[in-house]
Design a protein around this ligand. Structure first.
Ligand code: SAM
Ligand code: SF4
Length: 460
């Protein structure tokens, strides 16, 4: 039986000590992550696998024997970043460093990465992470190039140990991959088909997180609400939310991302019934024009989306709503764009992520006419962001004098202020006469509001 070793993670996860398998092997690794929360959490799991094999984590690539880049290819700019990182190692070609490319760019570019950067030794897409221990073993045995690029999988990436970066909010995958086929999106191609974890495995991990001291969890998936429990319990997503919210010790449950098509009333009912389910739904709309939504293959109309918003707004407690928008999708007319602006006015989002359309390999939108020039893309993005800024300014100003519970996650060294998030995921910076508030739930009265955050004072 393998021996167990203590790994002190104080700098990473507060004062938590975790037992992992594997003796120290004298080697170190560095991992840099690009992209979404799913990628951040994948890197936490990859780090767990490496720690479990006896590697030590360092925070500079120069100091590492093994350098991993966990990449994003959702937009072209994100994908380009990794090649500029890889370029740094060109002159170290003959060195002993092992360089690995993980994630979406790995899946998309495959073995071509070896041609572009011959000093890379490992290329592994996220659908093959389960094979990482074998790939690492092959590298350790002296193989110069190893790949994990299969997409045809019904397995999820399970780890004995996950090394979490955030000491206050624990990410937790419930579903991997995507079975939708939005015309602009590379994810189904880079992350493979949908695979859900069993509800028992998820709930067991939540209980372990509570034992480690976490009170807030965030359930992750490209479309969390497409969750299908593969076990005979057959829990729906809403039932899973309720079960997680009822785990003793859990005070906050977040989930992202929800797809409008699969967003049902039961989710709102669950939020209404269980206060541990946070007052926040991220529901990406992408466009306010039914015609653009049709060409994007989103499978809902503007009206159907607005009906889901009405359902969320009908909840007994106010639920904050955020979204993603793509501007200048091929063929988007001025009138379509006006439709998106009017949707912002109607919905009154609390925040949004906005992007210019970026053509991606292997996607259906590549074949659409009506490409929009860069300057016009930029103009639309600026207008959209300014409109949203006004909405957020007004919505946050309406919160003046209200008191919210905040989970404190930051101490600003500069001015001694604290910061944390409300259940609706707003950032609240505040002053307090008390010390040692990190990780505490405190009441804060709002005394100031900007478009992106609130200011307040601790109510003692
Ligand atoms: N599954 C989620 C959904 O359906 O809403 C979204 C996941 S995707 C990783 C995050 C966001 O990236 C999308 O909501 C979309 O706004 C944006 N995105 C995806 N592909 C894009 C592209 N080709 N160009 C610009 N933005 C894109
Ligand atoms: Fe991409 Fe659409 Fe799947 Fe979201 S639902 S990951 S946007 S294909």
């Amino acid at each position: 039986m393998a021996q167990t070793f203590d790994v002190q993670l104080e700098s990473l996860t507060g004062k938590r000590s975790v037992r992992v398998l594997g003796p120290p092997n004298g080697k170190s690794f560095y991992i840099e992550t690009f992209g979404c929360q799913m990628n951040v959490h994948d890197s936490e799991k990859v780090a767990g696998v490496l720690l479990g094999r006896g590697y030590r984590q360092v925070d500079a690539p120069e100091a590492a024997d093994l350098v991993f880049y966990n990449t994003c290819s959702i937009r072209e700019k994100a994908a380009q970043k990794v090649f500029s990182r890889l370029g740094r190692f060109k002159s170290a070609q003959s060195g002993n460093k092992v360089i690995g490319v993980l994630g979406c760019v790995a899946q998309q570019e495959g073995e071509q990465i070896f041609e572009r950067a011959p000093w890379v030794s490992l290329v592994c897409g996220s659908a093959s992470y389960r094979k990482l221990p074998q790939l690492l073993a092959q590298l350790e045995a002296g193989n110069r190039r190893v790949t994990g690029l299969g997409l045809d999988t019904d397995e999820t990436f399970e780890t004995d140990f996950t090394r979490r970066d955030n000491p206050f909010r624990a990410y937790l995958t419930i579903i991997e991959g995507c079975d939708k086929s939005c015309a602009y999106c590379v994810v189904p191609y880079t992350r493979g088909p949908e695979r859900s974890r069993t509800s028992a495995a998820i709930l067991e991990e939540v209980r372990q997180l509570v034992e480690l001291g976490y009170t807030e969890v965030q359930l992750l998936g490209q479309n969390v609400n497409s969750y299908r429990d593969p076990s005979p319990r057959r829990m729906s997503f809403a039932e899973l939310l309720v079960a997680v919210a009822q785990v003793p010790g859990i005070r906050r449950v977040r989930f992202t991302t929800s797809h409008p098509r699969d967003f049902h009333r039961e989710i709102v009912q669950a939020i209404d019934a269980f206060p541990a389910l946070c007052d926040h739904v991220h529901l990406p709309v992408q466009s306010g024009s039914t015609e653009v939504l049709r060409r994007m293959r989103r499978n809902y109309t503007r009206e159907e989306y607005l009906a889901k918003i009405d359902c969320i707004r009908s909840a007994r407690r106010p639920i904050s709503i955020t979204t993603d928008i793509i501007v200048a999708f091929p063929g988007e007319t001025e009138k379509d764009f006006e439709g998106t602006l009017s949707l912002l006015d109607t919905v009154q989002y609390d925040s949004l992520f906005s992007f210019k359309y970026s053509p991606r390999p292997n996607t259906a939108a590549l074949h659409l006419d009506g490409a929009i020039p860069e300057s016009e893309q930029g103009r639309r993005l600026t207008i959209l962001q300014e409109r949203q800024r006004q909405i957020q300014t007004a919505r946050n100003a309406a919160l003046l004098d209200r008191t919210f519970e905040v989970l404190v996650d930051t101490r600003h060294q500069r001015d001694g202020q604290w910061a944390g998030r409300t259940t609706s995921n707003r950032v609240l910076n505040f002053s307090s006469p008390l010390q040692d508030l990190l990780g505490e739930y405190v009441q804060v009265r709002v005394t100031g509001a900007g478009p992106n955050s609130l200011v307040g004072e601790h109510v003692i």
